[in-house]
Design a protein around this ligand. Structure first.
Ligand code: BGC
Length: 356
């Protein structure tokens, strides 16, 4: 993480040094090209990457950028967006903390003629959202579920396997897709008894994790391990993403003596790639944030120029006011076998960064 932050810091410094504009460095009063980018937090690696990618790519397309991170605090995100609106942004790109908490400020954007693109997480219950750019979130869960089925040959085995589940923040609409997609594959094996969840916690509300926080995930799993897996091995953990998988890993390392379970994840965080290499996490889902940023910049550019943004899905994402036209990027399974091709050879990380 330290290495990652230093990469982010040095690229931020380079951008500032090169004289490119940002909220911190831009003193110009011309807001005709100004785009606001609101990110949820800097606590988790992926949003630092998303923010930096969006800023760099928007700037190289000729836009001025006001990029803000909201420290996972809804009131902070609302006031940052209000400031962007009064600062004259023409388009807003928002990755929400809680998808249902931004209705009022979105209405403000709409009444100021500002187009809003929901980034990665859908903003719910308002028709002020023009477009949604994300990954195929249902497919993320399906791929995690299918990985487990294929790896343990659940279709043909006579064995039974124990499994526990963990997903993310209840306010993040994505968990309906990640967890729903995974359960669409795994539920039949629970029903027929090939998979057995000793804690009995299989409902989304029971396995959610506030803020996707690693320490919350760790505490819940320490409890589960102590209550159900002292005499029985835990064979599988379906974790919706890497920050929760890392909490599971911490709990396993601190309070579990059995055979190490097959543990899933998502994002290819540096720590989780290190864990994949050292055998503490089986797989992750690679979502190339460079591709998501590139597609979102195309959307912004089209909106700023009055043309049609790229869309490849017009049926999946209803935010309660109707379908939001979306662009879905493709998630890819990452394991020990292909991480070098996916992550190192494409320049996402250096080999040194992911060494355990
Ligand atoms: C994102 C995931 C991420 C999670 C926690 C979700 O909305 O789609 O990639 O792991 O938030 O930040």
């Amino acid at each position: 993480m330290k290495k990652f932050l230093s990469v982010v810091l040095s690229s931020t410094m380079l951008i500032a040094f090169a004289g490119c504009t940002s909220s911190e460095t831009n003193t110009s009063t011309d807001t005709s090209n100004l785009v606001g980018v609101s990110m949820p937090t800097q606590d988790l690696q992926r949003w630092n990457q998303d923010g930096e990618n969006m800023k760099a790519q928007l700037e190289s397309a000729g836009y001025d950028v006001d990029l803000q991170y909201a420290a996972n605090d809804i009131a902070t995100q609302v006031s940052q967006i209000e400031n962007m609106i009064s600062g004259g942004v023409k388009t807003l790109v928002v990755a929400s903390i809680d998808g249902s908490a931004l209705g009022t400020v979105m209405e403000q954007a709409k009444s100021n003629g500002i187009e809003v693109i929901a980034y990665d997480r859908l903003i719910m219950g308002t028709d002020a959202i023009s477009y949604y750019s994300t990954f195929d979130n249902w497919d993320v869960g399906v791929k995690q579920g299918e990985y487990i089925v294929d790896k343990l040959k659940l279709d043909s085995t006579d064995e039974t396997y124990t499994i526990e589940f963990i997903t993310g923040d209840p306010g993040d609409n994505n968990i309906n897709f990640f967890f729903g997609g995974a359960m669409s594959i795994l539920q039949p094996y629970l029903d027929e008894g090939t998979l057995e969840c000793l804690s009995g916690q299989t409902e989304q509300t029971e396995v959610a994790t506030v803020n996707w926080a690693t320490d919350v995930a760790q505490a819940r799993f320490e409890n589960i391990l102590a209550s159900y897996y002292t005499d029985t091995d835990l064979d599988i953990v379906l974790a919706s993403n890497d920050s929760t998988a890392q909490g599971v890993t911490n709990a396993l390392v601190s309070s579990y003596d059995g055979a190490y379970p097959l543990l899933t994840g998502q994002d290819c965080d540096v720590v989780s790639v290190q864990n994949i290499i050292s055998g503490k996490q089986e797989m992750s889902i690679f979502k190339d944030t460079r591709d998501l940023a590139a597609k979102t910049v195309e959307m912004v550019d089209a909106l700023m120029k009055g043309s049609e943004p790229p869309i490849n899905d017009n049926k999946t994402y209803d935010n309660g006011t109707g379908i939001i036209p979306s662009y879905l990027c493709e998630p890819v399974v990452a394991t020990l076998n292909n991480y070098e091709a996916l992550l190192i050879e494409t320049g996402y990380y250096t080999a040194e960064e992911v060494q355990p």
